[in-house]
Design a protein around this ligand. Structure first.
Ligand code: EPZ
Length: 417
């Protein structure tokens, strides 16, 4: 079994370069199926989630070549067959194969997706979207069978601005006959990145990044070259680490506009930030002001940074309140932070944090990806040594986390026990 061993208390100084966005890449890789020729996607992070999707592509018959940060996908040999449970359950984003296979072949058979246990995470909005486009959805023993004689453009209103549903409906609709309009669409930067990719292939999508996306169906999509945007959640995670332990820590290759909800909260807490065009320098202050946050869809405070951010609030002088509005069960890191010495009480969907508290190294478990990230941050500033178990969750989403942190002064290693 692999664990992370982290010796806390070391200042973070130097530069961390941010990788391509995991949550864009996991949609772009399945979306490549829609092209008729080779697709090259640059800046794809090497994390287990992107590996798992490449494995599904290869299972379907695609040729996938990794050349450092790029992936070249030849979708021509693909055979549309059932995606088995052992592949689909490796991650949440396997559900993007539903939209792309349906869009291309009008038929898909896939077992339920997996992913972090942070709530019930239904995909009813994806399925309703497919149905609105003319497909029928059947559920047979943990397997979805989605079929259409013809996909026809439709007006679709999402009850919730779901990232996954917005992308999956775009994938299914790009080749549908006629015009599709998605209202109350999600506005996350990853959606814009996927729409740009599809447009590079020849799709006609407008409005991505707003709450109304319009898709005019086309008959053919060609190969293309595309670049993944920087990962705003990876960046946010290291910025938070820098707010706690940074001495002029530079976070490079970012899009600062994607991080405004975080950076404005950090400024409110009196964390020193210097924000450039594509970088940010963060310095730990002597004292932190308490703050309240509520997770929201973009451009609000991202749920994916809620867990890492909570570590920072343990250092604030006074009471902070963090309200999680996107997922029902995203506080699984709290018992471990308390075990390390934090004073956090959960009340419904709110966490009440009283600080400042000193954290001490101990044995903890990463229950999901961002819970793992929060424990890494806690361990970096705790006194003594922390051992984190279940690190496979962390490796799903953070490229070279050990190397990146050691390069700026942390003492962190993966150990086999
Ligand atoms: C994406 O998940 C991300 N995952 C998540 O990243 C992220 O937390 C989330 O968007 C919100 O930003 C990927 O991109 C692979 P949603 P997604 O559909 O698309 C409910 C991470 O740590 N809902 O916007 O699955 C759902 O249950 C993660 O990197 C329905 O009820 O999120 C949740 O409460 C984890 N029915 C809320 O909406 C649906 O059909 C938001 O889900 C779809 C969603």
């Amino acid at each position: 079994m692999k664990v992370l061993e982290i010796q806390g208390g070391h200042e973070l100084k130097g530069t961390i370069r941010i990788s391509g966005a995991k949550n864009s890449s996991v949609a772009l890789i399945p979306a490549a199926i829609l092209a008729e020729d080779d697709v090259t996607i640059c800046n794809v992070p090497e994390v287990t989630d992107t590996d798992a999707l490449s494995e599904i592509l290869e299972f379907l018959g695609a040729e996938v070549r990794r050349a450092s940060e790029s992936i070249v996908i030849n979708p021509r040999p693909i055979e549309n067959k059932e995606i088995p449970a052992d592949l689909s359950k490796k991650l949440r984003a396997s559900y993007y194969f539903m939209g792309s296979l349906l869009g291309k072949y009008k038929h898909v058979e896939m077992y339920f997706p997996g992913g972090c246990s942070i709530g019930s995470r239904p995909i009813d909005l994806h399925l309703k979207g497919f149905e609105a486009l003319g497909a029928t959805v059947e559920i047979e023993n943990d397997k979805y069978v989605v079929t259409a004689n013809e996909l026809k453009g439709a007006n679709i209103y999402l009850d919730f601005a779901s990232v996954g549903a917005t992308i999956n409906i775009m994938l299914a609709a790009v080749k549908a006959n006629g015009v599709t309009v998605i209202d109350n669409a999600a506005k996350e930067p990853e959606i814009v990145n996927v729409a740009t990719f599809l447009n590079n292939m020849g799709a006609k999508i407008t409005g991505a990044g707003t709450s109304r996306i319009k898709i005019i169906g086309v008959t053919k999509l060609k190969g293309c070259f595309h670049e993944v945007i920087p990962d705003r959640i990876e960046a946010g995670t290291y910025i938070i680490a820098g707010a706690l332990m940074g001495n002029y820590l530079k976070i490079d290759n970012i899009i600062p506009e994607h991080l405004e909800a975080l950076t404005s909260k950090l400024s409110e807490m009196k964390v020193e930030l210097e924000i450039g065009d594509d970088y940010l320098i963060v310095n730990r202050p002597d004292k932190y002001k308490p703050v309240n946050i509520q997770t929201q869809v973009f451009p609000g405070f991202p749920t994916d940074l809620q867990q890492p951010f909570m570590v920072l609030t343990t250092k604030c002088s006074g009471k902070s309140v963090i309200e999680e509005t996107i997922y029902e069960n995203r506080f699984m890191h709290v018992p471990y932070l308390n075990k390390m010495g934090a004073n956090i009480v959960i009340s419904g969907n709110k966490a009440i944090i009283k600080g400042p508290t000193e954290l001490m190294g101990t044995e903890v478990e990463a229950t999901d990806l961002r819970a793992g990230a929060s424990l890494v941050i806690a361990a970096l500033m705790a006194s003594g040594t922390t051992i984190i178990y279940n690190i496979e969750h962390i490796l799903r989403g953070y490229e070279n986390i050990v190397e990146k942190l050691n390069d700026v002064g942390a003492k962190i290693e993966i150990k086999e026990i």
